[in-house]
Design a protein around this ligand. Structure first.
Ligand SMILES: [Zn+2]
Ligand SMILES: [Zn+2]
Length: 330
């Protein structure tokens, strides 16, 4: 039986371990994917750190998967062997709950999440539902494509939720913000990047991508903003962001987990400021964004790690040791 390699989380708060295991067979509706690259997302850190409830255990993390179709399960007709595909966080939605039936499969009552409730992409092979996988361009580097699958897609959903305003703040200038900033600037918006106050490297990086201003999240930007998206998992940024948006401005929380939000005076929300969160993604978000991404000419900054260095990649993400995105290449 052919073997695959995978980095496996047995228990939260323990390091991933490299395992050899049999290559799984795709069930009806599934595809087997030979993985070319898998991005390392902050959500993976939340899974590993035990900050998200009830993961499947043991679990292979990773939900920014780029690979080639290596086998087709019964009934799969939308892909051919060898096609390059991408697999995102939303691995499956039930299709029958009230959310699925109202175009909100991102809120499905019975979802499957890649790398959380189904094994993901920190491996040489994985299984995915063919209907929740997307054909990807052949002519791009796999590692530079992988971060589009979550940082890009959930970033895009957050960006749409932020509305049409011209002055956009981004809190936490990591993988998602570095993609979104380029999309926003391509669309003629002005980007204001907020980082940890001491993180001048990220501020320089944001300016190099075209941000009109970059500074610490404790600083006031030179003007009031139309909207802000918070990607950093820091609840204290919520009142900080409300304080820098205009009347009627919107603050979007783009992450799956955040530390507690400190109490704040009502005047920060007053004057029709809005605060909302973004959960997961729909396939429509993916089709939309994967069409826009090549046109926006996004330059992806990636740091590559071999598969067996996944723990180092997670640690570097935790410590903010690189700009852009980390990607595992098996
Ligand atoms: Zn559903
Ligand atoms: Zn993610």
């Amino acid at each position: 039986m052919p073997k695959m390699r995978a980095m496996v989380l047995d228990r939260p708060k323990t390091p991933l371990v490299l395992r050899e295991q049999p290559v799984p067979q795709p069930a009806a509706g599934q595809i087997l994917i030979a993985i070319e690259a898998c991005g390392v997302c902050r959500t993976d850190l939340h899974v590993v750190d035990g900050e998200l409830p009830n993961p499947k255990l043991p679990i292979v993390p990773g939900h920014e998967i780029v690979g080639r179709v290596a086998a087709l399960g019964p009934g799969v007709r939308n892909f051919a062997l060898g096609t390059r595909v991408g697999v995102p966080w939303l691995g499956e939605a039930c299709g029958v709950c009230p959310y699925c039936r109202s175009g909100r499969e991102n809120l499905c009552d019975a979802p499957v999440f890649t790398g959380y409730t189904r094994d993901g992409g920190y491996a040489t092979y994985t299984l995915a539902n063919a209907r929740f996988s997307f054909a990807l361009p052949e002519n791009r580097d796999a590692a530079e494509t992988a971060p589009l699958l979550c940082a890009g897609l959930i970033g895009w959903r957050s960006y749409r939720m932020a509305g049409q305003g011209e002055a956009l703040g981004l809190y936490g200038f990591g993988a998602a913000a570095h993609i979104l900033a380029q999309v926003a600037i391509w669309q003629g918006r002005r980007v204001f990047a907020f980082t940890r106050s001491s993180d001048t490297a990220s501020q320089d990086f944001a300016r190099s991508l075209g941000a009109v201003w970059a500074g610490g999240s404790d600083e006031m930007p030179p003007e009031k903003l139309d909207a802000a998206i918070i990607f950093a998992p820091v609840g204290a940024l919520v009142p900080a962001a409300l304080a820098v948006v205009k009347k009627g401005g919107r603050v979007v929380c783009g992450g799956i987990h955040m530390s507690d939000i400190p109490s704040f005076p009502y005047r920060l929300l007053w004057e029709e400021r809005e605060l909302l969160s973004v959960a997961n993604l729909t396939r429509r978000d993916a089709y939309e964004f994967l069409t826009i991404a090549p046109r926006a000419g996004i330059k992806m900054q990636v740091t590559r790690f071999p598969l067996d260095q996944a723990n180092a990649a997670l640690d570097d993400l935790r410590q903010g040791r690189f700009e852009g995105a980390a990607v595992l290449v098996p």
